[in-house]
Design a protein around this ligand. Structure first.
Ligand code: FER
Length: 244
């Protein structure tokens, strides 16, 4: 494992690169955590391990305001995450051992995966949204995020979410994002993994994304919650069932 930082316009993004034993050249997955998450969460580690067992190198990068990366949680927005992820993709493209590039992420990282794939449709062999929280922009427009109601036309200075305060700019920027347009832009293979007992991002969104993408497969995990708690073995098996 190599640990390092990727520069993103002066913000340091914390990264770890793992490779399968004896790996000299091959595919690489850029793997991103979710909202309030980080790269050492059990479901991120389980995903990384499954990918390594499938023969991929894995680059985990923590986005703006998360984990050991720069920036404040309170100040993070989906725009800043897009900027972080584009810097991580640019970095991955400089690695000369990489044959095919993949991107995957959990929840808000799954939404990010869908946005980046729409922006850079030629860069990825396939994408891997895990429990993708792609209803966040609709929630921001409708006035509900994280179970908290607000007036979408008069956005508050901040809301208090799962991890302290979150600036109103998170909502302002999220309101401008239209995920269906990004879904339409990416026509490559999509592998969605989603627990059918997820009450943070209902399984319905996995089903709907699968229907909207041109070439998507949904691997449902029975009784699994948002973070695949007590179902990490099935999460790994689901990832290992994919032909990369
Ligand atoms: C929300 C639902 C889900 C939300 C964020 C999430 C900020 C993200 C969850 C995750 O990344 O695990 O309403 O609002």
């Amino acid at each position: 494992m190599e640990e390092f930082y990727i520069d993103c316009d002066g913000i340091k993004l914390h990264a770890k690169l793992d490779k399968p034993d004896g790996f000299t050249k091959g595919p690489l997955m850029l793997l991103v955590h979710g909202f309030t998450g980080h790269m050492e969460e059990d479901h991120i580690i389980a995903s990384k391990d499954a990918l390594i067992e499938s023969g991929l190198a894995v680059l985990r990068v923590e986005m703006y305001g998360h984990g050991k990366s720069g920036g404040e949680f309170r100040k993070h927005t989906l725009y800043k995450w897009v900027t972080s992820a584009l810097a991580a993709v640019d970095y991955a493209k400089t690695l000369d051992f990489v044959t095919d590039l993949y991107i995957g992420g959990h929840s808000q990282g799954g939404l990010l995966t869908m946005l980046i794939a729409g922006m850079r449709p030629d860069d990825f062999k396939a994408i891997l949204p895990l429990s993708p929280a792609w209803m966040i922009p609709d929630g921001a427009r409708e006035g509900n995020l994280l179970g908290i109601d607000f007036d979408p036309l008069h956005i508050p200075e901040y809301i208090t979410g799962w991890c302290g305060e979150l600036d109103g700019d998170y909502i302002r920027t999220a309101q401008t994002i239209h995920v269906e347009e990004e879904i339409e832009r990416y026509t490559g293979p999509v592998y969605i993994i989603h627990g059918d007992a997820d009450d943070t991002v209902p399984y319905y969104y996995g089903v709907k994304a699968q229907e909207l993408y041109k070439d998507a497969k949904l691997i449902g995990i029975k009784d699994a919650d948002h973070c695949f708690c007590n179902h990490l073995g099935e999460l790994k098996d689901a990832i290992k069932s994919i032909t990369f």
